[in-house]
Ligand binder design. Structure first.
Ligand code: BEZ
Length: 252
């Protein structure tokens, strides 16, 4: 089974083997959320529920939603209440004290639909605390992917599946749906990785779904050859140019 976010088929075990850092590095976002006892918090894009478990340690009740049925099963195995749902079509209204989201919203091209839904499900004065890829995220990786597609017309057109907004753009978007932005910051976070090929196996899959196995191999090897110049050193190994957009909005 392919492990793509576009097809919503994420194998939690495979995903976790190379990406445990996704949740580990997000603990400051849980601190920014500052969960309170008995609060109802929606985790939008809850993945396997690792961060929902952290949030419940504060005494809050978390409901997780994710597009992947496999991830929802992994969440339930951790005793987190969770449902398959899209952040652009949330089946709730005015009922959460906070919405939390980590490493999800860069996958949602309908960013306006997402923030409208987040505003809709929050009570008045409810908080929206999120972190995801911001402007410049994975710059070298995206450039390398585009270049490999350009060199292989038989691969077809490169379709970028990600939304990496600037703070200004995202603040304007949040304000347009009734949020007051209490905090917004772009945070460069160079992130060590064992090999770019593992990252491409998990995250580039949606971009390359239409390629044959042989073409996918060529794609990965050529991306690796390009990226070794910018994202690899003998001293540090592979380091990816992650840039986080961290934000807190309050529903007015
Ligand atoms: C991110 O967390 O920034 C990210 C992960 C996979 C693909 C693109 C971005």
């Amino acid at each position: 089974m392919k492990n793509t976010k576009e097809t919503n088929q994420w194998n939690p075990k495979e995903y976790n083997k190379h990406t445990a850092f996704v949740s580990q590095l997000a603990l400051p976002v849980v601190e920014l959320l500052n969960p309170q006892e008995c609060e109802r918090i929606l985790d939008a894009g809850c993945g396997d529920g690792t961060l929902a478990v952290e949030i419940e340690k504060y005494g809050a009740k978390v409901i997780g939603v994710d597009m992947s049925a496999e991830m929802i099963e992994a969440c339930k195995a951790k005793k987190i209440e969770a449902y398959v749902a899209s952040v652009t079509d949330l089946p709730y209204e005015n009922e959460f004290d906070a919405v939390f989201s980590n490493a999800t919203l860069h996958w949602v091209k309908d960013a306006k639909g997402a923030v409208e839904n987040i505003a809709k499900v929050l009570k008045n004065s409810g908080r929206f605390v999120a972190e995801f890829g911001g402007m410049g995220n994975m710059h070298h990786v995206v450039v390398a992917m585009k270049s490999v597609f350009k060199n292989h017309p038989e691969f077809g057109a490169f379709k970028n599946p990600w939304y990496f907004p600037s703070p200004k753009e995202y603040q304007t978007l949040l304000e347009s749906v009734g949020f007051e932005v209490a905090y917004i910051e772009l945070i460069p976070r160079p992130t060590p990785m064992n090999d770019i090929v593992n990252w491409l196996d998990i995250f580039a899959n949606g971009i390359t779904e239409h390629l044959s196995e042989e073409q996918f191999k060529v794609f990965k090897n050529e991306c690796r050859d390009i990226l070794i110049e910018t994202n690899y050193t003998q001293e540090k190994g592979w380091v990816l140019d992650y840039v986080r957009l961290r934000v807190e909005g309050v529903k007015r």
